[in-house]
Ligand binder design. Structure first.
Ligand code: HEC
Length: 115
């Protein structure tokens, strides 16, 4: 019985964890007030690009761990690093994808509940 309760607790907590990083329309709307025209599609794309390109050398930094000014300096520098490290067979991060990553981390970094 005790084990079942612990298992239920673990499942409950991991479900909450997954939900926290889910993007909502409210996120897209908040982002669009800073980046006019930002859509849920681009925000989702930015998240995917961030997760794909930004955790090969270190873990993913939480968007809320840096402020907007810091991200604006860090993202271009890290995109450079990432592109240099890539092998010839890989597709480098282009400026459109760099922008999507930037919009994602800044938008999610200003979420009411820090992510
Ligand atoms: C080629 C390896 C590599 C890749 C790929 C990489 N990083 Fe980094 N990152 C580093 C290293 C090394 C540091 C620590 C030294 C530094 O700040 O340059 C770092 C530090 C950071 C920091 C902390 C900076 C600070 O001042 O606290 C952030 C945030 C970060 N990276 C974000 C990113 C993002 C966003 C991406 C994807 C675009 C990314 N990284 C991809 C190597 C990488």
């Amino acid at each position: 019985m005790k084990n079942i309760l612990i298992l239920a607790l673990i499942l409950f907590l991991s479900a909450c964890g997954a939900k926290m990083m889910e993007l909502s329309n409210a996120d897209a709307e908040r982002g669009a007030s800073k980046f006019p025209g930002l859509t849920m599609t681009e925000l989702t794309h930015g998240k995917a690009q961030y997760e794909k390109n930004c955790q090969s050398c270190h873990g993913l930094y939480a968007p809320g761990s840096k402020n907007e000014m810091q991200w604006r300096l860090i993202v271009p520098a890290m995109v450079n690093k990432a592109n240099k490290k890539m092998g010839k067979m890989e597709v480098p991060i282009d400026s459109a994808n760099q922008q999507s990553i930037l919009k994602y981390v800044i938008t999610m970094g200003t979420a009411p509940v820090k992510k």
